[in-house]
Unconditional design. Structure first.
Lengths: 265, 265
């Protein structure tokens, strides 16, 4: 999938692009079923909320074949590669559960601030591209973005080790207030199969999910190969050290997987 | 203000009515300024979040003249009196701050479950009618309703003394899940001056406010005089014991107040 000039201009201006209807219900249902299976297992790559509900499954592309395909899917790899005009490697891969009732907050932060401080990533030539596995609604803890907040570089941040189980470099209230006065706050919502890509410096957060609806989103953090990380403070399955360029699979690879295993068809 | 037959039918079916543009910006700005003043004071009727931010100012109609007027405003009293076909008294009055960044969750509950269990209110002939002092948006912790959930009487509930500073009888996950399968979940949003009235048995909640935007709402809990409470477990300023019928003030009383004190004009 190639972005149009208009889409590139919108990304540059707003700091994100929302692309509905990128994956079919058949493709998404395969991934949703696999995610539910993964969250039933116990392994070191899976982190939990304080309630015990699953929060995040890291590196699922390394131990699950369907997510392995997704991690090399041309509809996710190509637009990011186009923007950076370079091949990409996988810096991080995660399935965020945002479980019904128990999914906790992600406080306001910039992803590149985390990659820079924790992992020594040289520049913001990396970004998240995400795919909704469930419908994202105003009521089930949607991602919130501050449009245009990617234009100011990396803000100072405090290392929040207490709010949730996941350590995060978070921004202060004054910074968020000023940014929101300029850019507002938006919460893109949409059907399963929607894709959301956002600049590594875009300020974002997500509130708890108090609804009975699941809100699973897969995040691929794709980094330009020349921009690979230089510090290895975090576990390899959180901040990968394999900088091999990703070779995209065929566009119908998820459907082929579904046919092969007769799952979720 | 009188409800139309269509509005009465909608209320009966859905369990709530959302009425935008009921109070002008001039009227609301008076109340907003008074609320901000109240939240700066220290008094027993004001409760706080764990962060120290204000959560709720109870009984503001008894110690603030503008809120005294609002507590007898015909645009709030008349539609509820019409539905119950009886005069009303004030069971509870509160300004909920839902402060920027710090406003905490209100878990899923039914108001009448609280009034019945705590205060011995005989029947659900009481309801909340609320007025937005700030814009309510998807991103600043809007009220969430489960439409049609008022049709099943009072559900079993557990007394939640831990989640926040305010004790609340809350419903279990299974009940919420089944109700939401039938009725969905809606989060009415709108400008300051909007009015929202909802049945005492309508199941509702609100998520934390992680945005930089305030989200103040005033709630009048109006009870049919013949349905007054019978137990006096809670402080008088939380569950009032003055069952005198409310005499509505003039429709322009808030504007008159603003003229008199030259505030917020």
């Amino acid at each position: 999938m190639k972005l149009t000039e208009e889409q590139r201009a919108e990304f540059d201006e707003q700091g994100f692009l929302f692309l509905p209807d990128q994956f079919s219900e058949k493709e998404v249902s395969v991934l949703r079923a696999e995610a539910d299976e993964i969250f039933k297992t116990k392994r070191k790559e899976i982190w939990y909320e304080s309630s015990g509900a699953p929060r995040t499954a890291f590196a699922a592309h390394t131990y699950n074949e369907a997510f392995g395909i997704l991690g090399a899917h041309p509809r996710l790899i190509e637009p990011v590669s186009q923007l950076f005009d370079e091949q990409l490697y996988m810096h991080q891969f995660k399935v965020n559960a945002k479980a019904p009732f128990d999914g906790e907050v992600w406080q306001w932060h910039q992803d590149y601030g985390v990659w820079s401080r924790n992992d020594g990533m040289p520049t913001p030539r990396a970004m998240n591209i995400s795919i909704f596995l469930d419908e994202v609604m105003p009521v089930n803890g949607p991602l919130m973005f501050i449009p245009k907040s990617h234009k100011h570089g990396v803000f100072e941040a405090g290392h929040d080790l207490e709010t949730t189980s996941y350590p995060l470099w978070t921004l202060d209230k004054e910074t968020i207030t000023v940014l929101a006065e300029n850019g507002g706050i938006v919460a893109p919502t949409g059907k399963p199969g929607s894709v959301l890509m956002f600049h590594g410096n875009l300020v974002h957060a997500s509130p708890p999910n108090i609804s009975p609806y699941p809100r699973k989103i897969v995040y691929l953090t794709l980094c330009a190969v020349s921009n690979h990380i230089t510090k290895f403070n975090r576990d390899e399955w959180i901040a990968h050290r394999d900088f091999t360029p990703i070779e995209p699979v065929a566009d119908d690879a998820l459907l082929e997987y579904a046919r092969k295993y007769s799952v979720a068809a």
